[in-house]
Design a protein around this ligand. Structure first.
Ligand SMILES: *[C@@H]1O[C@H](CO)[C@@H](O)[C@H](O)[C@H]1NC(C)=O
Length: 177
């Protein structure tokens, strides 16, 4: 009798342990895994790149693939995403720049969703803010170099594919701290 009870308990406990394990602990923003979003980002970015004659400058600081996977850089990328949304993409949507940036009206809400999903899990650390600072400096310098901020913003839009790739790689379940 006691053995039977014990056996049942063991089974119940195993089930509990399994169901806890199987529970999706993943915290992942859906548009990152949506092929349509990927495609729209690529189309928009390629159009911006085609309008860009400066192939030397790069605005988004480079992150190695090792660091993307293990380096806790999700929130740094979310900070840049937030800047894109507030200062670059929303404005282009409001100005109706779809002829320059096709699909921006689809990309913008998807990226807003990514920011909304991930931002609450980010405690901005000094290193994240420095990364954003570097990006902003690069953007300002490009604007000065071209004597045209619109062109610098166009370059930033041309790098949306890089940003999306970085978010995809760095913002997995466990690295949203
Ligand atoms: C800045 O660049 C944009 C896009 O290339 C262009 O339409 C605009 O005329 C430029 N502005 C100035 C002041 O040169």
């Amino acid at each position: 009798m006691n053995c039977a009870v014990l056996a049942v308990l063991v089974v119940v406990c195993c089930c509990c342990a399994l169901s806890v394990d199987a529970r999706p602990a993943r915290l992942r923003s859906r548009p990152l895994d949506n092929p349509e979003t990927w495609n729209n980002v690529m189309v928009m970015a390629k159009h911006a790149q085609a309008q860009d004659r400066d192939h030397e400058t790069r605005l988004i600081p480079v992150i190695s693939s090792d660091k993307l996977k293990d380096g806790d850089v999700c929130c740094a990328n979310v900070k840049i995403l937030d800047y894109y949304l507030r200062h670059i993409l929303d404005g282009k949507v409001r100005e109706g720049r779809e002829h320059n940036y096709p699909r921006i009206h689809l990309v913008n809400p998807d990226l807003n969703r990514v920011a909304r999903d991930l931002e609450p899990h980010c405690n901005a650390k000094q290193i994240d803010l420095e990364y954003l600072q570097t990006f902003k400096q690069n953007l300002d310098r490009a604007g000065e170099m071209y004597k045209n901020n619109t062109k610098a913003q166009n370059k930033a839009i041309g790098e949306t594919d890089i940003l999306f790739h970085y978010l995809y790689e760095s913002c997995s379940a466990t690295s949203t701290s």
